[in-house]
Design a protein around this ligand. Structure first.
Ligand code: HAM
Length: 416
């Protein structure tokens, strides 16, 4: 049998309602904050990600699904949403609209990762990008929306960690200090780290190899090297978060896995399993890097699979599957025709109603209604059609009431 590729998952009808619930809550929060939904292509020119996300990142070096299309172009399945959204912002001239441009998305992403708990090869992200403001107020707005989402979904044990990774100006001095720290041990670092030493030593801090992690202990931290502007920006972010009573911790080890970040970076981490559910930050250089005007921006994305997993842990009985209101069981052809019309009328009224479409026995029809957890069953035979009356059975209590075979009357009996 052909099986699904490793690191992908099927979302079946009996679980999709949980996704829809989460998506609904998050959509309301983001749209009430003025975010408009954007949908961009699943694949883009590879160059967008190598330039946008960064040549020296794990995502670009190791994890992209890249192929040549039949026209000889290098194409990549998007590993993240920001680069494509920013490309679309530039290409569609959004800069001429009311600023800031506030966007949100829910899209599948593709990364060739080592598959493990919370780490898939196809996963979904809900993200937001606020483009066109350099103010710290935008950083805090975006972070507060993240906090709001966890609160609205009743997810406890989430910690907000923040850091500032400065701008190209302060980073230059910092990178020199970092190189000085790493240089004596450089030979002992892994091959990937060695290739990053000159080009982008901050990436070495993000290495997952145990021996590299150990050697990174005690490395200088960027917070000590921030320029005046970046320091002030970070101070204002922290102070507004405190004012808004959004708890956070400073984690100077956050460098994020993508190269476009500047100034504020943040992660919401589950204290239950240590996984980062939501990550983001400011990226003031990205839009220029991929061909737009010099425009500041800030955003985040959360992994929906990770979000769903902890949501389920704390909200077992909060949402219920959408079950059938009514099943109409029929005996004979005349009743079948009558019931088909009745079903159509009831569906027009918004009732979740089914009838047999397999020409099955009455017993088999009841079995189906039972398995599908129908709340009520209405049985119609020749006699019922003639009298225009039938019995409506409450499947939980076993109680039966007579009803006229009219959509409005059945509707009121179902929902009274
Ligand atoms: P990221 O940290 O690479 O950031 O991913 C954001 C979130 O996506 C992670 O915190 C995690 O929940 C989820 N995620 C990432 N990789 C996987 C995976 N392999 N399996 C399951 N979930 C995963 C970004 O992608 C940035 N574009 C976020 C951003 C938007 N920054 C500014 N704007």
């Amino acid at each position: 049998m052909i099986q699904k590729p490793k690191g992908t998952r099927d979302i079946l009808p009996d679980e999709v309602y949980k996704w829809q619930y989460i998506e609904g809550v998050v959509r309301d929060i983001l749209e009430n904050a003025g975010m408009g939904e954007i949908r961009v292509p699943v694949f883009e020119h590879t160059e967008l990600f190598s330039r946008g996300v960064g040549e020296t990142t794990d995502v670009v070096q190791k994890e992209m699904y890249t192929f040549e299309d039949k026209g000889g172009r290098s194409i990549t399945l998007r590993p993240e949403g920001t680069a494509g959204v920013v490309r679309s912002y530039i290409e569609n001239g959004m800069a001429s609209q009311a600023t800031p441009i506030k966007l949100w998305y829910e899209m599948p992403m593709y990364r060739y990762e080592n598959v493990q708990k919370g780490r898939l090869r196809e996963f979904r992200q809900i993200g937001t990008e606020v483009i066109g403001t350099e103010s710290y107020l935008a950083d805090v707005e975006v972070i507060s929306l993240g906090a709001k989402i966890f609160e609205a979904l009743n997810i406890p044990n989430i910690k907000l960690n923040i850091n500032s990774i400065g701008c190209p100006v302060c980073r230059q001095k910092y990178q020199e200090a970092l190189r000085d720290f790493i240089r004596p041990n450089l030979e002992k670092y892994c091959d990937t780290c060695k290739t990053r030493f000159e080009k982008n030593p901050m990436r070495i801090l993000d290495c997952k190899e145990q021996k590299c992690k150990e050697m990174n202990q005690g490395a200088p931290i960027i917070l000590d090297y921030l320029c005046e502007e970046c320091r002030e920006h970070f101070e204002k972010v922290k102070s507004l978060l405190m004012n808004l009573e959004i708890p956070f911790e400073i984690d100077s080890s956050i460098v994020r896995g993508l190269d476009y970040y500047t100034k504020t970076v943040f992660e919401f981490v589950s204290e239950d399993d240590g996984l980062t559910v939501l990550g983001g930050g400011r990226y003031d250089g990205l839009i220029k890097e991929i061909g737009g005007q010099d425009t500041p921006a800030v955003g985040f994305a959360m992994g929906v699979e990770r979000l769903l997993e902890i949501f389920e842990k704390y909200n077992k009985d909060v949402i219920e599957d959408y079950n059938m209101d009514l099943y109409i069981a029929t005996i004979g052809e005349e009743a079948d025709l009558f019931a088909t019309r009745l079903v159509m009328n009831l569906r027009d009224e918004g009732v979740f109603v089914e009838k047999d479409i397999c020409s099955r026995s009455l017993k088999a029809q009841f079995k189906y209604a039972d398995k599908k957890k129908a709340r009520f069953v209405l049985t119609i035979g020749e006699d019922e059609v003639k009298k225009n009356y039938a019995k409506l059975k409450d499947m939980k209590t076993g109680e039966e009431v007579e009803t006229k075979l009219k959509a409005e009357e059945i509707f009121s009996k179902l929902f009274e």
